[in-house]
Design a protein around this ligand. Structure first.
Ligand code: GLN
Length: 485
C-alpha cells in the first residue's frame, strides 16, 4: 500500500506516536519493493541500514529528544557522499565507490534523525536533463512511463511523485532540481549559491552546484531547508550568516506582491500548454491581490551558450580526478601509465560526460580561452545584472521552468544541443547564483504535469517558499498523484 504522506504528516504521526519510525520505514521499504522496478527511481537500497537508522530515531523519540524531522524517511540523489553507501553519481567510474564520509547536507539531516530510504538515480555526474545518461538505466516518469522524469535529479523527483518517499534531496547546477520537479509534478527549491554546503557532494561545476529539497509541498521544502542550510568551513564558498527560519513567511498573504513576468521567456519553443499553466497561476495570484508587471531579461538567449561553456570548463577540471589511481574504476588492460589513464577514462565515463570534458578542455585551451571561457564569464555578469534590474521592479519573477512537459524517452538521442536548449529558463539563475523554485501548476493535454518557476533575489528563499505555500493553499495541483491512492 503506497503512503501519500507529506513530511509534515509523517512528522505528526511520529510525534503523536501513531506510528513508529521503524514501522514507517518498513512500510516505505515495502512499497519500494513492490513499485520501484516500474520506474527505476532508486538505484541503491540497504534495508539493514535503513532499519538501523529508524531504530535510532525511535530511541530519540522515546527519550523525548526528537525534533520535527526525527524518524521521517528521505531519499538521496546518488551525488551525495554517504558513509557506508555506494555513492556512484550514477557513473560506471564510481560504481565500486563506497563513500568514507558523509556530505554536510546529508549529515545535518542525519543529525536531525531523518531515515535514509535509499539512493536515487540521476544523469551521470548530473550532466543531463532527462536521467537517460545514468549507468544504471533510465528512470521512467511515474505519470506516463514512455516519458522521461526530467533530470538530472530524475530519480529523486520520480520517487517523491510515485510516493515512494515523502521527500528527497536533489542538486541543481543548471536546473536539475527545478526541471525534474516540474516534469514529475512536485515542488523543488534551488537555494542561493552558498546557502547550503557543497562538501561531500560530487562536483560537477563548482561555481553553480547547489543541493536542495524536493517534496510534495513548499512547506516541506522549508522544513528541510531549515536543517540543510548551515555554514561549513569545509566548503570555501559556504556563506557565513545568521541561521533563519524558512517557514517564517509561509502565512504571509500575497496582497500587494509585485510579480514580474520576463517577456523574453515567452518566445519561440514555449508550448501552449505550459503558457496556459503560467496564466492559471497569474490568475490565481491576481485573485490574491498580487500585481503583475512585465520585466525584461535581455541576455536570456545568451545564457545557454554561456552556461554550457562555463559548466563544461569546470566539469573538465573537476573530472580530471578520476584517473584510475584514487577513485573507483581502473582499466585492466594497459601497457603504461598514459594508457592506464586513457583506458580507465574511456571505459568509466559515458558519452555525455565525455562530450562535456571535450568541450570544457577546448574552451580552456590556450588560444581559445579568451574567445570562449573569458567571454562566457563576461556574459555571466550581464545575466546577473539583468536579474538585478528586473528585481528592482518586482518582488518575485514568475516564469516557465521548461518549454515543454516531459519529453518522450530517447527524444534527444541524436541531438544533444536540443536537450541543452531545453534548459533556457533554468540556467540563468545558476549563472547569477539566485534562488528559484518549481511548483506544480497543472497538466498538459496528455495529462503530464507542468511546473512554474518562482525566482527571487539573493537569500529570498523564505519569501519564495511563502509565495509557493500561498499558491498551494489556493490550488490543488500539488496534491495530484500519478495513480489512484
Ligand atoms: N541540464 C543541465 C546540464 O546538463 C543542468 C544539469 C544540472 O543542473 N545538474 O548541465
Amino acid at each position: 500500500m503506497l503512503k501519500n504522506y507529506t513530511l509534515k504528516q509523517c512528522s505528526e504521526l511520529l510525534q503523536s506516536k501513531h506510528i513508529s519510525a521503524s514501522e514507517l520505514a518498513q512500510e516505505y521499504l515495502h512499497s519500494i519493493e513492490q513499485n520501484n522496478a516500474a520506474i527505476n527511481g532508486y538505484i541503491t537500497l540497504n534495508h539493514e541500514q535503513t532499519m538501523a537508522e529508524a531504530k535510532a530515531a525511535d530511541e530519540l523519540i522515546a527519550q523525548g529528544s526528537s525534533n520535527l524531522l526525527t524518524g521521517v524517511p528521505i531519499a538521496y540523489k546518488d551525488i551525495f557522499c554517504q558513509q557506508g553507501w555506494r555513492s556512484a553519481c550514477s557513473s560506471k567510474m564510481l560504481d565500486s565507490f563506497v563513500a568514507p564520509y558523509t556530505a554536510t547536507v546529508v549529515q545535518n539531516l542525519r543529525n536531525a534523525g531523518m531515515v535514509t530510504l535509499g539512493r536515487t538515480n540521476m544523469d551521470e555526474f548530473a550532466m543531463g536533463s532527462t536521467t537517460e545518461s545514468s549507468f544504471y538505466g533510465v528512470t521512467l516518469n511515474p505519470w506516463q512511463n514512455q516519458h522521461v522524469p526530467g533530470g538530472s535529479s530524475g530519480g529523486s523527483a520520480a520517487v517523491v511523485a510515485a510516493r515512494l518517499a515523502p521527500v528527497a534531496l536533489g542538486s541543481d547546477t543548471g536546473g536539475s532540481i527545478r526541471q525534474p520537479a516540474s516534469h514529475c509534478g512536485i515542488t523543488g527549491l534551488k537555494p542561493t549559491y552558498g546557502v547550503v554546503s557543497r562538501y561531500g557532494m560530487v562536483a560537477y561545476a563548482s561555481s553553480f552546484d547547489q543541493a536542495g529539497p524536493m517534496a510534495q509541498t513548499a512547506e516541506d521544502c522549508a522544513l528541510l531547508l531549515n536543517v540543510m542550510a548551515s555554514f561549513d568551513e569545509r566548503d570555501s564558498t559556504s556563506i557565513e550568516r545568521q541561521s533563519e527560519d524558512y517557514t517564517r513567511d509561509l502565512n504571509q498573504p500575497l496582497n500587494g506582491l509585485r510579480v514580474g513576468i520576463p517577456k523574453e521567456f515567452f518566445g519561440e519553443g514555449l508550448t501552449d500548454d505550459v503558457h496556459a499553466a503560467i496564466n492559471n497561476v497569474i490568475d490565481l495570484l491576481k485573485k490574491q491581490g498580487a500585481v503583475i508587471t512585465e520585466v525584461s531579461l535581455p541576455h536570456t538567449e545568451l545564457s545557454i551558450p554561456a552556461y554550457y561553456v562555463l559548466a563544461s570548463a569546470e566539469a573538465s577540471t573537476n573530472l580530471s580526478r578520476y584517473d584510475g589511481v584514487r577513485y573507483g574504476h581502473r582499466a585492466e588492460d594497459f601497457n603504461n601509465l598514459d594508457e592506464m589513464y586513457s583506458n580507465t577514462r574511456a571505459e568509466g565515463f559515458g558519452n555525455e560526460v565525455k562530450r562535456r570534458i571535450m568541450i570544457g578542455s577546448y574552451v580552456l585551451s590556450h588560444g581559445y580561452y579568451d574567445a570562449y571561457y573569458l567571454k562566457a564569464q563576461k556574459l555571466r555578469r550581464l545575466v546577473a545584472n539583468d536579474f538585478q534590474n528586473a528585481l528592482n521592479q518586482c518582488d518575485v519573477i514568475l516564469s516557465p521552468v521548461a518549454p515543454t512537459s516531459a519529453p518522450v524517452l530517447g527524444s534527444h538521442d541524436q541531438d544533444p544541443v536540443q536537450m541543452y536548449l531545453s534548459d533556457i529558463y533554468t540556467v540563468s539563475l545558476n549563472l547569477a547564483g539566485l534562488p528559484g523554485m518549481s511548483i506544480p501548476a497543472g497538466f498538459d493535454s496528455k495529462g503530464l504535469p507542468i511546473g512554474v518557476q518562482l525566482i527571487g533575489n539573493y537569500f529570498a528563499e523564505s519569501r519564495l517558499l511563502g509565495i509557493a505555500h500561498q499558491i498551494q493553499q489556493h490550488s490543488d495541483w500539488h496534491t495530484k498523484t500519478p495513480f489512484a491512492l
